[in-house]
Design a protein around this ligand. Structure first.
Ligand code: AMP
Length: 425
């Protein structure tokens, strides 16, 4: 038997109702903040992710689904392609490619779709997973660097979570500095790491050389006491980063969005500058981050684009659904009516009636004339329909149908023109 690939999974009804709920709420809540939807391709040139997410990150160094694409036509060149492991890189590429900077305005963009990382699968961690991603990006003259953009985005997230009924989250906040202060911090980190490095895991030893900030992200238990004592980025912020971070916090306090500072929060992608954040949730166990994001003031330029600072987040939809207290059963809506054709030739009449009822907004499941009445009524009950409509030869002749309330067993004859009304009542 052929099974779904390890780390991928099928989302079946009724669970898909939960996915629709969180996606619909995203469309509605983001709209209130004037976000508009963007859709980028599921695969891109490998280089895009290597240059933005960063060669030294787990994502790029070991988790990407990458292949050499031969290019079948003579006009196509062979190239290295990758299934997108995250959304921001593709959105910023599109921003540059379509010269969205030209408007001089802030672009508030969002996207919902699958991402791909070859991670070790476990609860809340998959190889194909879904993100709800949003970005605010634009030229500095449009205010894209303002701390109010950061605070507004975080407030939007709090609003969104409230809307879908997720409580008990924690907003963890940090500033990871910028190109100006990061080198000094990296130097301090390397110096502090030097004496303990031989006691640390292999990844940390490598990162200490290539990208010391990544050491803070290490999850190996034995390394934690060493990491706890390392210098904090917050103590190395230059004056403008410090003021920026301060302003973000003041705005959050003003609008009543609670947060905690987590000086170790660095996120798994290299492009972040200044504000970095995660929303965690206690109900999720080891994979407790429902969403994460941050600022990326230099990303557009590093991809050859204009100066276009931005900030964004990605909500892990799989984990969001796990954190919902609603159950799929409570959301799933059974059909209003089951149409039971009765007798040879009644399928046609039932199909016509179903078409009319659906045009009046009635949710109809259609039976088959080969079923006996008993089987039709049993099916109607099993699917949870409120009514069964019997479409027999006599009913068709009289243009009046037997409407059976499946909860009470009560049955009445209803003229065709009044049927939709009778069912919706
Ligand atoms: P990141 O793109 O790594 O910043 O992750 C943003 C959010 O996506 C995380 O907080 C998770 O909720 C979710 N996420 C990341 N990787 C996975 C995965 N492999 N499986 C499920 N969700 C994920």
């Amino acid at each position: 038997m052929i099974k779904a690939v390890r780390g991928t999974r099928d989302l079946l009804p009724p669970d898909t109702a939960l996915w629709n709920l969180v996606e619909q709420a995203a469309h509605e809540v983001f709209r209130l903040y004037n976000f508009r939807e963007i859709r980028t391709p599921i695969f891109e040139q490998t280089q895009l992710f290597a240059r933005s997410v960063g060669e030294e990150t787990d994502i790029v160094s070991k988790e990407m689904f990458t292949w050499e694409d031969g290019g079948r036509a003579a006009s196509e060149k062979a190239q290295s392609l990758t299934l997108r492991p995250e959304a921001t890189a593709g959105i910023v590429r599109a921003y540059i490619e379509h010269d969205l900077n030209r408007s001089g305005l802030l672009q508030r963009l969002y996207m919902i779709g699958p991402m791909f990382r070859r991670e070790r699968p476990q609860k809340g961690r998959y190889r194909q997973f879904f993100q709800i991603d949003a970005e605010v990006i634009g030229p500095p003259t449009a205010g894209s660097e303002s701390p109010s953009v950061d605070a507004e985005l975080l407030e939007m997230l709090a609003h969104y979570l409230e809307r879908i009924g997720i409580t008990g989250w924690t907003l963890e906040l940090n500033s990871v500095g910028c190109a100006n202060d990061r080198p000094k911090y990296n130097e301090a980190l390397r110096a502090a790491l030097a004496k303990d490095l031989d006691k640390m895991c292999e990844d940390c030893r490598r990162r200490a050389v290539t990208n010391p900030l990544r050491v803070l992200d290490c999850k190996v238990p034995e390394d934690q006491p060493i990491i706890e004592k390392l210098p904090r980025m917050l103590d190395y912020l230059d004056e403008s980063c410090r003021q920026h971070f301060q302003a973000v916090q003041e705005l959050l306090t003003a609008v009543g969005v609670p947060y905690v500072i987590n000086a170790r929060l660095v996120r798994g992608l290299d492009y972040y500058t200044r504000t970095a954040f995660e929303f965690t949730h206690g109900a999720l166990g080891a994979q407790n981050a429902i969403l994460g994001g941050g600022r990326y003031d230099g990303l557009s330029e590093s991809l050859g684009g204009p100066k276009a600072p931005g900030i964004g987040f990605a909500i892990g939809e799989d984990r969001l659904v796990l954190a919902l207290s609603r159950t799929a059963e409570a959301l799933s809506k059974p059909p209003d009516a089951y149409l039971a054709p009765l007798g040879t030739g009644t399928n046609r009449e039932a199909a016509k009636l179903a078409r009319e009822l659906r045009r009046q907004g009635v949710v109809v499941e259609l039976g088959d004339e080969s079923f006996r009445l008993k089987k039709s009524l049993e099916t109607a009950s099993k699917i949870g329909a409120r009514y069964a409509v019997i479409v027999g030869e006599n009913e068709v002749k009289a243009d009046t149908f037997a409407l059976k309330n499946l909860a009470t067993g009560e049955q009445v004859a209803v003229p065709r023109a009044e049927l939709a009304h009778g069912i919706r009542r």
